[in-house]
Design a protein around this ligand. Structure first.
Ligand code: ZN
Length: 711
């Protein structure tokens, strides 16, 4: 162990000296970073009051001492029409009931039956992956989030019944993990509590806590919260005497977020202490791996490694802990890793985790027995393949959760940019437009001629991913909660992070009513009108996000253009004493942009991706003439694009048409190399659709990145 530590230190020294300039830059940034000074001066004078508080969205940072922003309560924002209202409708009418059918189908999945067996209400064995409890709870969280808006009596009854079973399944000591409990019924020695690091027990209980908080906020009922508190108390007792080795059970740490949200909801200090303990224990692990982000302590990490879902959940949990403690040793890695991910390791779709399988970039040595494998993982900088991009839907959702928390810490627009990019592209791509089939991995290219099958590829979209049903309920809860990401507040005013037709009825910290209607066809059209029906009587600030992609944005108040530049990549602030007849019109230009990647991204050299607003587009072979191979398409830089409305399945989309070129086909398709034909490229009309809507029109080849035509 001693030797290994020396080796690690030596490797880190080598790496650090190589990255000296970058590190100095990063550290300089940290010294002058607004976070540090803000974090020092930000601490609010009041503490989180004890007692239950259900007035919040997906996170409750209104009393978090190191939060710059907080969300608005989940009931206060309602989609009215257009893009998100359509998605919400599909979520309510299709995703939630369809997925309940999957979890409650005993021949397909024991998602719910596992709880019934553990509760003694049914018989049988545990079926499903070890993390199935948590995934069932994600569906319940999504159902509760939908209920917050619909108040459906039938759903309320369904949730009440389910929660009764979950409560009955819980052991008297608070432990809840159906796999271990069911095994103990027949073979008491077969599986011990936290006996297997890959049993995901903490993950499952973490989702129990998050779900309980959302359920309480949506319904006002404490039934699930009581179960979650008992589980948290169990974890508190367990980790009190736990060794760092046992803390390795923190696989895929959804419980960091869960425990802190439980602290925020209940006001009980002991849960914050538990969250601190969990992070400290993690950092004391000595036999960890890069795959699980515990080879070196989190506080020493500066780059993203390993399993991308686990990584992004860890970063989200660490950000949550910073929001409550202001511990700058957590912020330093978060800031540095964020740079690493967004500048070197994230796909244009916001997708995270380039590798299906690989070797840890840092945990390697010349001794084969010491080489650490990684899977579903972040790769090396700029290693962003298209066909074999893993980009698990859960990792992409984790990217949103992490950036949302960074946004609460800083109020900086760049985090909302990543959140929006990820949501609109690599999160929505995880579910079909009718809400019934799913993708686990989200590649940026697909070709039916590929002579291999990727493990974990779910193409065509799968109605039930048997080995790992983690992503589908994760997308469902994210779509159900999309309205929670729209607004933010601080003492000075209201932040508009995301756009979409909605109505906001909320109150400021001082108790003033706010009533704003947002009228827009975003993301298809960049015109956003805000009708300020009711605003505080004193001067109040609106912070309107101008996305980084929206160069040339313009803003009018009551028909008059505002003074000063409307800078892309910032929040434009408007402070006034508002009148109930005031109208704001924001115009975000929606021209089609050809995007290029850093030349160090080998897989995309000489190619472009097409983006319009927040949406990345793709080409599917179904939209090409029959005899045209997708790989022969060349994008003409100069040719204009035309936006056209069309329907795919139940949803309206905006497609993009242009005239591209078709390169002459290879003479011998089976050859590895061939002479380039001297024939000229010929023009062809092509149609691109939003990336998230791919694989909804039957089997097809697909490309996000396409070569540019030669002039
Ligand atoms: Zn997943």
């Amino acid at each position: 162990m001693e030797i290994k530590n020396h080796q690690i230190q030596r490797m880190l020294l080598i790496r650090f000296s190589r990255m000296g300039a970058l590190l100095i830059l990063t550290l300089t940034c940290l010294v002058s970073h607004p976070l540090s000074s803000q974090a020092q001066s930000k601490k609010r004078s009041f503490n989180r009051p004890p007692g239950l508080d259900g007035s919040a969205g997906i996170t409750d940072t209104k009393y978090s001492p190191f939060a710059r922003l907080q969300g608005v309560p989940m009931q206060d924002v309602a989609w009215t029409d257009g893009f998100w209202a359509d998605w919400f409708k599909v979520c309510d009418s299709s995703m939630v009931p369809n997925m309940w059918g999957l979890f409650n189908n005993d021949t397909l999945s024991h998602g719910f039956k596992n709880f019934k067996i553990a509760a003694g209400l049914d018989t049988g064995i545990h079926i499903g992956p070890p993390f199935m409890d948590g995934d069932f709870l994600k569906w319940l969280e999504g159902t509760a989030a939908v209920y917050a808006h619909t108040k459906s009596a039938q759903r309320s009854k369904l949730m009440d019944g389910i929660i009764k079973v979950i409560a009955k399944a819980q052991r008297p000591d608070g432990y809840l993990g159906t796999q271990v409990q069911i095994a103990a019924m027949s073979r008491p020695d077969s599986l011990q509590v936290f006996g297997d690091t890959l049993s995901f027990e903490a993950y499952n209980m973490g989702h129990l806590m998050t779900t309980a908080c959302v359920y309480y906020r949506a319904t006002g009922k404490t039934t699930l919260l009581k179960v979650a508190e008992k589980a948290a108390d169990f974890l508190q007792r367990y980790y009190e005497h736990s060794s760092p080795a046992l803390a390795r059970s923190a696989i895929c740490p959804a419980h960091y977020m869960g425990v802190i949200e439980l602290y925020r909801t209940t006001g009980k200090q002991k849960y914050l202490e538990l969250a601190k303990k969990l992070m400290d224990l993690r950092d004391a692990v000595t036999n960890g791996t890069d795959q699980n982000q515990d080879r070196i302590p989190f506080r020493q990490q500066r780059t993203a490694v390993g399993h991308a879902v686990r990584a992004n959940y860890l970063y989200s949990g660490a950000a949550d802990l910073f929001l409550e403690t202001g511990d700058s040793s957590l912020l330093r890695p978060l800031d540095s890793i964020w740079q690493d991910v967004t500048q070197r390791k994230m796909y244009i779709t916001g997708g995270c985790g380039a590798l299906y399988d690989g070797v840890s970039p840092d945990g390697t040595s010349y001794h084969p027995e010491e080489i650490q494998q990684v899977a579903q993982a972040y790769g090396r900088p700029y290693q962003l393949p298209n066909f074999t991009a893993h980009d698990e839907t859960c990792a992409n959702i984790g990217n949103m959760l992490w950036n949302w928390r960074m946004l609460q810490i800083t109020g900086e627009e760049k985090y909302a940019d990543v959140l929006e990019r990820t949501l609109y592209n690599s999160v929505l791509s995880g579910i079909s437009l009718d809400g019934k089939t799913f993708l686990y991995a989200n590649p940026l290219a697909y070709n039916r001629d590929q002579p291999f099958t990727l493990r974990w590829s779910e193409l065509p979209r799968d109605p039930y991913i048997g080995y790992s049903f983690c992503c589908p309920p994760n997308v469902v809860r994210t779509i159900a909660e999309a309205s929670d990401y729209v607004y933010g507040m601080d003492k000075s005013g209201l932040y508009l992070h995301l756009y979409g037709a909605n109505w906001l009825h909320t109150k400021t910290e001082a108790g003033d009513s706010i009533d704003i209607q947002e009228i827009t066809d975003y993301p298809w059209n960049g015109k956003i009108t805000l009708a300020l029906h009711k605003m505080p009587s004193q001067p109040f600030t609106l912070h309107l996000r101008i996305p980084l992609w929206a160069t040339g944005a313009s803003l009018m108040v009551n028909g008059k253009a505002v003074a000063g530049p409307v800078q892309a990549g910032s929040y434009f602030t408007l402070t006034r004493q508002w009148q109930s007849t005031d109208k704001i019109e924001l115009n975000l230009p929606m021209e089609v942009k050809l995007m290029a990647a850093n030349p160090l991204v080998e897989a995309t050299r000489g190619q472009v991706a097409v983006q319009r607003g927040p949406l990345v587009y793709c080409l599917e072979s179904t939209d090409l003439p029959k005899n045209v191979d997708i790989s022969s398409i060349r994008i003409a830089k100069e040719n204009p694009w035309k936006a056209i409305k069309m329907k795919i399945g139940p949803q309206q989309i905006t497609a993009l048409e242009t005239t591209a070129f078709v390169a002459p086909p290879a003479k011998n398709k089976a050859a590895l190399y061939y002479n380039l034909s001297d024939q000229s490229d010929r023009p062809v009309k092509i149609r691109l659709i939003p990336y998230y809507s791919w694989e909804n029109k039957g089997r097809a080849d697909m490309e996000v990145w396409m070569p540019l035509a030669a002039k």
